[in-house]
Design a protein around this ligand. Structure first.
Ligand code: 3PG
Length: 402
């Protein structure tokens, strides 16, 4: 795909698809990461004299103008991050957007209102794509984290304008390619999470690519139970035992080693500070549940990870939100951070809870790369083609010289 290297955009209107779907609690933005990671692309385009029109969805208003889902507060945050004023239009297409775009001067930045206020966004309605495209001369997509959606502003619009990948998109793709498509070996993955059933495609795809697969979280309970281990009251999927056994067999056939916990921290209640004990996985008391990986497991995992050159991490090892069941995840995350700092390991993390787990461990900044994506990261790990990326690779919207 084309990046914004050498992009001739001085005086041009650039429609920049960002992911401004930032976390908000009680009307306040609680994490600026997505805005901060987008800022370099905005600055680069603005410095080149482009008129930058930022477009994004926010939350899931389902085609309605839900006031709490306005991008207006995000515009303010963006202005703070960029250190200069950012304009705002109360619609992403139509007269308000057109007037705001017409008033833009070179190097200025405008944020358009939530694309999902229009039902056509999620329906990838060609009419909305054309209306968005009509606002600009060029399209830059910097929203890797929304690239798994084939929506008007992520996919449809790229059919109508010369389309380029922004710096954040480029960084995300480079990091993922180095981690899974073209990694330095040995390569391993930590896959945690509650359910096998939601990660079947992911595990299937990863097995074929990595040398070592560490299974954590409640998902590991299902694998243990499938091997005849009594996991007491632990969360597990009884209807997935055959699948778990098939995965283990498939991994063996492909030469991918799977590591499961050998000990665990168990408790009778799932609450902060609950009385707990550490037991071998073959000795889980019938009235307890596994809430974290035990120290022997974590030591073994740290030792194995030290032999790797590349590691992909998705999902915590235990119930990291609740102390003391965060110890396993914290300890392994810190070991990975140390290896990364020492230069022996490339570590790439992303998807769902992963980033909050690494933040909680205090090491999110110390991984080689932390993705801004949730669902899109998972779909990439599943080996799926992301429509937003495909739209950039296809030679669309280019006016061929006559
Ligand atoms: C995300 O936050 O993962 C993206 O912005 C996609 O949001 P969505 O799941 O509502 O499409």
């Amino acid at each position: 795909f084309r990046t914004i290297d050498n992009l001739d955009c001085a005086g041009k209107r650039v429609l920049l698809r960002a992911d401004l779907n930032v976390p908000v609690r009680e009307g306040r933005i609680t994490d600026l990461t997505r805005i901060e990671r987008l800022a370099p692309t905005i600055r680069e385009l603005a410095d080149k004299g482009a008129r930058v029109i930022v477009v994004s969805h926010f939350d899931r208003p389902k085609g309605k103008r839900v006031p709490e889902m306005s991008l207006a507060p995000v515009r303010e945050a963006m202005s703070t991050v960029l250190g200069h004023p950012v304009h705002f239009a109360a619609d992403c297409v139509g007269p308000e957007a057109e007037t705001a775009v017409a008033a833009l001067r070179d190097g200025e930045v405008l944020v358009l209102e939530n694309t999902r206020y229009h039902a056509g966004e999620e329906a990838n309605d060609p009419e909305l794509s054309r209306a968005l495209a009509s606002l600009a001369d060029l399209y830059v997509n910097d929203a890797f984290s929304a690239a798994h959606r084939a929506h008007a502003s992520t996919e449809g619009v790229a059919r109508h304008l010369p389309a380029h990948a922004g710096r954040l998109m480029q960084a995300e793709l480079d990091a993922l390619t180095l981690a899974l498509e073209n990694p330095e070996r040995p390569v391993g993955a930590v896959i945690g999470g509650a359910k096998i059933s939601t990660k079947l495609d992911l595990i299937g795809n990863i097995l074929a690519k990595v040398d070592l697969l560490i299974i954590g979280g409640a998902m590991a309970n299902t694998f243990l139970a499938a091997q005849g281990v009594d996991v007491g009251k632990s969360l597990q999927e009884a209807d997935m035992h055959d699948t778990a056994r098939a995965i283990l067999a498939q991994a063996e056939a492909r030469g991918c080693r799977i590591l499961l916990p050998v000990d665990a921290v168990v408790a009778r209640e799932f609450k902060a500070g609950a009385a707990n004990e550490t037991v071998g996985v073959d000795a889980v008391p019938a009235d307890t549940m596994i809430l974290d990986a035990g120290p022997l497991t974590v030591a073994k995992l740290a030792e194995e990870v030290a032999r790797l050159r590349t590691l992909v991490w998705n999902g915590p090892l235990g119930a990291f939100e609740i102390a003391p069941f965060d110890v396993g995840t914290n300890t392994l995350a810190r070991a990975v951070a140390e290896l990364t700092k020492a230069g022996t390991l490339r570590s790439v993390a992303g998807g769902g809870d992963t980033v909050s787990a690494l933040r909680h461990a205090g090491v999110a900044e110390q991984f080689s790369y932390v993705s801004t994506a949730g669902g899109a990261f998972l779909e990439w790990l599943e080996g799926k083609t992301l429509p937003g990326i495909q739209a950039l690779t296809a030679l669309r919207g280019i006016a061929l010289p006559s």
